[in-house]
Each structure stands twice: as structure tokens, then as C-alpha cells.
Design a protein. Structure first.
Length: 244
């Protein structure tokens, strides 16, 4: 077996190990011990690499652009408060560039690739896809943000909002940035099932923390996001049958 044939199984195994380890560390110890704090950014970095790898060849540049645009929006957000509201990152995801964790680029790649893969079978127009991607990303953030800014301590907000201390403008910003990415970069037309399971694993990760930390509403949102999968899959099969 060629060495390159071992790369994907190795990365996948490392990702699963860090995923399960991260969940266990917060459940048993309230977070990773200081000597393994490096595992959080490495986990996100491996996820980003897998997102690019799993994306169908010929469309990987789009996944990279999604990460770059998402990261750029975070830089603008941290320094201006637009479009997410005023916030700052802790050192949990160090190293930083322009006061933003570098691995945030990977987070945007993973989530955008995941949502676009879910919508891919519907052959939506660019504008319609942007709308649904934006809404789906907002739903994910309704789960993600209370956990990340709360128990995980990845960032802090300067001003509190009604939803678990998160300002409403944050969700507007998520919609705008996600929709913008879809408008400037076309999504893959070929299947990328790996991007789907990768995104699901991130949702499960935050859902686990939401439920174990007593964050019921975010947990219900996470369950609703996962509940969309069988519905979307059924509709996608019908759509592909009609237009086959």
C-alpha cells in the first residue's frame, strides 16, 4: 500500500480519537487538562483538512475560499463588531492571527461543505441555495454558540443578548456571511458524502456538550438539525428520481 493511501485513514482515525477524547475530557474533567490543550486546535485543523479532502475533486478550491472568507469575516468582526457583534477569542484555540484563531478557517470550511452537501441533490439556483445555506448555518449556530461561548470558553461577548447571552446581530451575521460565500462560490455538483458525516460529527459534538451541560434549548435545536437529515434524504431521493 502506498504511503498516500494511509493518509486518509490516519487522519480519519486521529479525528475520531480527538472527537471522542474531547467529549470525554469535558464530561469527566470539565475540559482538557493544560498539558493537552493543544488537542482542541489540532482537532479543528484535522477537520478542515478532511473537509478539503472529502470535497469532490475540482471543487476543493471552493471549500478553501469558504474558509478564507469566513476567517476574514471573523477578523473584521473582532476588530469592528460587524457583522457578528462585539466579541473576543480566548487562547483556547491558539495560535491567533489578527486576534482570531487560525483554525477558525477550518471551522467555516467544515460547516459550509457540510450544509452544501446536504442541499446538493436539490440542484437549487445559486440564490436559493444561498438562502437555505444561510438559514441552516444559523440553526447550527443556535446550537454551537451557547456551548462554545459558555462551557467551552472559546470566546466572550462584550454585550449580552437575549439568547444565552448572545446578541441577535450574531445570527444575522452568520446568515449574511454564509449566504455571501454561496453567492461567490458555486457548490460541488458531485457527491461528497465525507463532508456530510464530518458535519454531522461536529453537530453531535456540540449537541453532546449542550445536553450534558443542561443547555436544553440549544440541545433541542441540535436534535432538530439532525432530524432534518432523514427528511432531506427522502426529498433528495424523490428529486433525483424526478430529474433522473
Amino acid at each position: 500500500m502506498a504511503y498516500r493511501d494511509l493518509i486518509l485513514p490516519t487522519l480519519t482515525g486521529l479525528y475520531v480519537f480527538l472527537l471522542i477524547g474531547g467529549m470525554g475530557a469535558y464530561l469527566l474533567f470539565g475540559g482538557p487538562p493544560p498539558h493537552v490543550a493543544w488537542t482542541a486546535p489540532v482537532f479543528m485543523l484535522v477537520a478542515g483538512i478532511l473537509a478539503v479532502w472529502y470535497t469532490a475533486p475540482g471543487y476543493r478550491w471552493g471549500t478553501l475560499v469558504a474558509g478564507i472568507v469566513g476567517f476574514a469575516s471573523e477578523v473584521v468582526g473582532v476588530h469592528t463588531g460587524f457583522p457578528f457583534g462585539g466579541y473576543e477569542y480566548t487562547d483556547a484555540f491558539a495560535p491567533h492571527l489578527f486576534e482570531v484563531p487560525l483554525v477558525l478557517c477550518c471551522a467555516w470550511m467544515v460547516l459550509i461543505a457540510y450544509v452544501r452537501e446536504m442541499l446538493r441533490p436539490f440542484y437549487l439556483s445559486r440564490m436559493t441555495e444561498a438562502l437555505f445555506v444561510g438559514l441552516w448555518m444559523v440553526a447550527i449556530d443556535l446550537l454551537l454558540d451557547p456551548v462554545a461561548a459558555g462551557p467551552l470558553g472559546l470566546w466572550t461577548w462584550y454585550s449580552a443578548g437575549a439568547y444565552f447571552g448572545i446578541p441577535t446581530i450574531n445570527f444575522v451575521g452568520w446568515f449574511i456571511v454564509s449566504a455571501f460565500i454561496c453567492l461567490i462560490v458555486s457548490g460541488p455538483k458531485a457527491p461528497s458524502p465525507g463532508c456530510r458525516w464530518l458535519g454531522v460529527s461536529i453537530v453531535v459534538f456540540f449537541l453532546f456538550h449542550a445536553l450534558t451541560q443542561g443547555l436544553l434549548v440549544p440541545g433541542l435545536v441540535g436534535l432538530a438539525v439532525l432530524g432534518l437529515h432523514p427528511i432531506v434524504n427522502q426529498q433528495a431521493r424523490r428529486h433525483e428520481t424526478i430529474y433522473a
